[in-house]
Design a binder for this molecule. Structure first.
Ligand code: FAD
Length: 465
């Protein structure tokens, strides 16, 4: 056997969960080792949040380069060198992943490359191509993330793509089929539609983006239609035939079998937690039937010195949730009383327009027994949105009827992803609609819709009736 290396806290996986946990653990004085079998930054930085947003922005820039009829702007000979787009996207990713490496080193975290396998409650083996090294730890934070789900008859290949494949194409496809109308399918489908790809989305249920309220997804559907994206709902993807230069996808809709031809098919029907094949059973860590690790409100598993965070535990599989849990777990190990509270975790879809939600929706609040007021303000009445020529959507603020406490908000519209931040703060800080209405917002800004919705809640709106 090898000589074990000792560490206080072992972090497994260097995604937004693991690397943030490692840094916070080091800040509290722990001696930290982080082990990563792939690239620092995990899914989010390498093949998730960041490259997808880079591609989406390149799509937007392409769209705006074509001009704007209403504004009297026309353009000719717009061209996209997609290999350059990919090169630029790669640079964005590299800047961030090398930033993570510097931050870990700066915080004196030991970075180890390799794959972790549990031996017992205080021991792991780390394997790389050649060697196996034993590490012993006092505490461990598991942050191994998730992997795209493969469905029967759609084996991933050069033409049958998972999200990673779709992010890394070296050409703009003429035609693309997207199986799954969740946020990843809609974001990537929108990006390629903006580059000019003819996109077909096959969604199994009645609605795309089914996790969001219908009134929010309405403007997204409208804009997809404008981009000539064909959305087929209640469509069961059956199978795919691959040829040298394309795919033929079969699906069933209304009891009828249909086929659609394309260059590629992207399958985004969900992700599964990476909790297999790492010896969790050796330690007796509780995993539920979906493969998620059970944790308490400090991210502690049923083994008191082992924590789990991010996509491998219950809750929305989002980067900021993973990072938040990472801080809680690291602080819990150092004896602080930090606990998780998911109320103010936002979720965002970077579609056209963007969708964002935080806290309760109107229906969720009612189901939870609150008497609520839902106050809406449209971007069409916001000067900045008008001057951006981008007025589709609204802010909807959910307040408690008796005292005006802000308990939720939904935004569909330009920069909804940023506009929602103020609402998260309001919920976190226990603010009322009056607090927000009394806050002076710069004019003209998109953020004014927040103040206006608060005024609607108080019954004294200025710019709407
Ligand atoms: P990951 O980021 O998955 O990191 C886990 C790491 O653990 C990986 O690097 C893996 O190599 C490593 N690992 C696994 N097993 C082992 C082992 N046995 N030993 C050593 N290392 C191991 N979220 C958002 O919030 N906003 C977005 O805009 C967004 N966009 C997305 C777009 C796409 C296309 C995708 C696929 C995801 C997106 N997400 C987004 C989700 C986000 O990427 C994840 O929620 C986030 O990465 C989860 O972080 P994590 O730390 O739990 O795991």
């Amino acid at each position: 056997g090898d000589f074990p290396i000792e560490t206080d806290t072992l972090v497994i996986g260097a995604g937004p969960g693991g690397y943030v946990a490692a840094i916070r653990a080091a800040q509290t004085g722990q001696n930290v080792t982080i082990v990563e079998k792939g690239d620092l930054g995990g899914v989010c930085l390498n093949v998730g949040c960041i490259p997808s947003k880079a591609l989406i922005e390149a799509g937007h820039k392409t769209q705006s380069a074509h001009g704007n009829e209403e504004m009297g702007i026309t353009a000719e000979n717009v061209s996209v060198d997609f290999s350059k787009v990919q090169e630029w996207k790669g640079q964005v990713v590299n800047k961030l992943t090398s930033g993570v490496e510097s931050l870990l080193k700066g915080n004196k975290v030991d970075i180890v490359k390799g794959e972790v396998y549990f031996v017992d409650q205080n021991t792991v083996k780390v394997m790389d191509e050649k060697n196996s090294q034993t590490y012993t730890f006092n505490n461990c934070i598991i942050a191994t993330g998730s992997t795209p789900i493969e469905i029967p008859n759609f084996k991933f290949s050069d033409r049958v793509l998972d999200s990673t494949g779709a992010l890394n194409l070296d050409e703009i496809p003429e035609k693309m089929v997207v199986v799954g109308g969740g946020y990843i399918g809609i974001e990537l489908g929108t990006a390629y539609a903006n580059f000019g790809t003819e996109v077909t989305i096959l969604e199994g249920t009645k609605e795309i983006l089914g996790a969001f309220e219908k009134q929010m997804t309405q403007p997204v559907k409208k804009s997809l239609k404008k981009k000539n994206v064909n959305i087929v709902t209640e469509a069961m993807a059956k199978g795919v035939e691959e040829s040298n230069d394309g795919v033929s996808v079969t699906y069933e809709v209304n009891g009828k079998e249909e086929t659609v031809e394309a260059d590629y098919v992207l399958v985004t029907v969900g992700r599964r937690p990476n909790t297999q094949e790492m010896g969790l059973e050796q330690v007796g860590i509780d995993v539920d039937d979906k493969g998620l690790i059970n944790i308490d409100n400090q991210c502690r598993t049923n083994k008191e010195n082992i924590y789990a965070i991010g996509d491998i535990v219950e809750g929305p599989p989002l980067a900021h949730k993973a990072s938040y849990e990472g801080k809680v777990a690291a602080e819990a190990i150092s004896g602080e009383k930090s606990v998780i509270d998911y109320l103010a975790i936002p979720s965002v879809v970077f579609a056209d327009p963007e969708l964002a939600s935080v806290g309760y929706t109107e229906q969720e609040a009612k189901d939870a027994g609150y008497e609520v007021k839902a106050s809406k303000f449209p971007f069409a009445a916001n000067g900045r949105a008008l001057s951006l020529n981008n007025t589709d959507g609204f802010m909807k603020m959910i307040t408690r009827k008796d005292d005006g406490l802000v308990i939720g908000a939904q935004v569909a519209g330009p920069n909804a992803s940023d506009v929602i931040a103020e609402l998260g703060l309001a919920i976190e800080a226990g603010m009322t609609a009056e607090d927000i209405a009394l806050t002076i917002h710069a004019h003209p800004t998109l953020g004014e819709v927040t103040m206006e919705a608060a005024d609607v809640a108080l019954g004294t709106p200025i710019h709407t009736m």
